[in-house]
Design a protein around this ligand. Structure first.
Ligand code: AMP
Ligand code: MG
Length: 423
């Protein structure tokens, strides 16, 4: 399904840096080509496949930005108040067909079309109105409180560009322009499964050495947030032949297969070998912590199509981090979305930290406002990659770049909220 070539991730070196990985994804992966038209309600979360041009001006006509009095600026005295005759009343949606004459004002309300001849609006708070007259002060600029036709969007302008992940505001802008449907890329089809002899389904009987599978739940939620249609293929035991067979099957009808567990170098880590057997493993170690063993490959499905494959580590926190930093960029690229603009926000570290050079590290932190008003990041006391509560009890991740090795308390560091990471 996915437009991948077997060597799409070919690279040399033992550990792939995240920025190299992102560049390779951009260069070597082509988005799905199929598109569909969707009504505005239902477009949120979808990926726009082409630019949208404004069919009309927005706003469509000059109108008042306030409740007040529309006047001709030329009538106003420079040296003091001006008293004008109130010649009519214009509410939003109403039309005033005659032109404003010299010495006249029109009572006007927000959103009402500017009457012909009027060019400026006084706010009602700034005037005195009595007996069919209004007295306005001096000094208001020509054009004040008037919204011009097309000042938001001129007709013909590109308002939304291809690759936009549609949000409420994009849909609202489409509606304001009278657009009723949008052309989006088709949803990605993603198959997931967990691997591990120790895993059982939550709710089922659990032997003494078993744990409930949480990674499939995590992956399903994360993938669906990003608009993918998920096929849940359950839990697979650590058996190389079964894994290969299941992977091969899953490659048909899916753009991407995401698994968790079994990708490190342990004796029961068969996922990597299975991918090597039936497809092409293009890298399996990324310079990221938590999560270093991440396998990325391509699994052919028939002569024309291949599915992308990502094998995530088994530990739940490593699954989360590698999902947002590896799977998400891949998924966005496949889906035709523009690369994510993730900007870490500066906060103050409330702890000391040491890390290896040449590896990007993510630290789970809660935010707190310190006594001096600064936002401080407090590291979760448990930083094991298996500690799920370290994700539920924190607000996001600090991102420590490759070249950094020491973080001192008080250092300015980059924070990424969970909402930003998952969006
Ligand atoms: P692995 O990468 O297969 O060696 O797994 C690393 C750790 O993650 C082990 O402690 C596994 O039991 C745990 N793990 C693997 N898969 C899952 C899962 N689906 N849900 C929860 N924990 C898991
Ligand atoms: Mg395992």
């Amino acid at each position: 399904m996915a437009q991948l070539t077997d060597d799409c991730f070919a690279f040399s070196g033992p550990l792939l840096r995240l920025d190299d990985m992102e560049r390779l994804i951009g260069e070597r992966i082509a988005p799905v080509v199929e598109t569909e038209k969707v009504p505005l309600h239902g477009a949120r979360g979808r990926i726009l496949s082409g630019d949208v041009k404004a069919p009309v001006n927005l706003p469509p006509f000059d109108n008042s930005a306030v409740d007040g009095y529309a006047v001709r600026h030329a009538d106003l005295r420079q040296d003091g108040d001006t008293t004008l005759v109130v010649a009519g009343r214009l509410t939003a949606g109403a039309r005033y067909n005659t032109s404003l004459k010299a010495g006249e004002a029109i009572r006007i309300f927000t959103g009402a079309a500017m009457p012909k001849g009027a060019d400026t609006v006084f706010m009602q708070e700034d005037v005195t109105a009595e007996d069919g007259h209004v007295t306005v002060p001096r000094g208001l600029k020509l054009g004040a409180n008037r919204r011009l036709a097309g000042e938001d969007v001129p007709a013909g302008a590109t308002v939304l560009s291809a690759g936009t992940v549609l949000e409420a505001q994009h849909v609202a802008l489409s509606a304001a322009l009278g657009v009723t449907e949008l052309t989006v890329r088709r949803r990605l089809k993603v198959a997931i499964f967990s691997t591990g002899d120790e895993l059982v389904e939550p709710g089922s009987a659990r032997g003494g050495a078993a744990i409930f599978d949480s990674n499939r739940t995590l992956l399903t939620e994360l993938l669906e947030r990003l608009g993918a249609v998920v096929t849940d293929l359950g839990i697979l035991i650590d058996d190389p032949d079964k894994l290969s067979a299941r992977l091969r099957q899953a490659a048909t009808g899916h753009d991407l297969i995401v698994t968790s567990g079994g990708v490190s170098t342990g004796e029961a880590d068969f996922v990597r070998k299975a991918v090597e057997t039936i497809g092409n493993l293009v890298f399996w170690r990324v310079a990221i912590k938590p999560g270093r063993p991440v396998a990325l490959g391509v699994i052919p499905a028939g002569a024309k199509h291949s599915a992308a494959f990502v094998g995530l580590p088994g530990n739940p926190v490593a699954v989360f981090v590698t999902f947002v930093r590896v799977v998400k960029p891949l998924l966005r690229r496949l889906s035709g979305a523009r690369p994510d603009k993730l900007v870490p926000l500066p906060v103050r570290a409330a702890f000391a930290y040491k890390k290896k050079k040449d590896r990007r590290e993510y630290v789970r932190v809660a935010l707190k406002r310190a006594a001096d008003g600064e936002i401080e990041a407090i590291k979760h006391p448990q930083d094991g990659a298996g500690i799920l509560t370290s994700l539920t009890e924190t607000d996001g991740l600090l991102e420590f770049p490759e070249d950094v090795t020491t973080i001192e308390p008080g250092a300015r560091v980059g924070f990424l909220s969970y909402a930003a990471l998952m969006g």
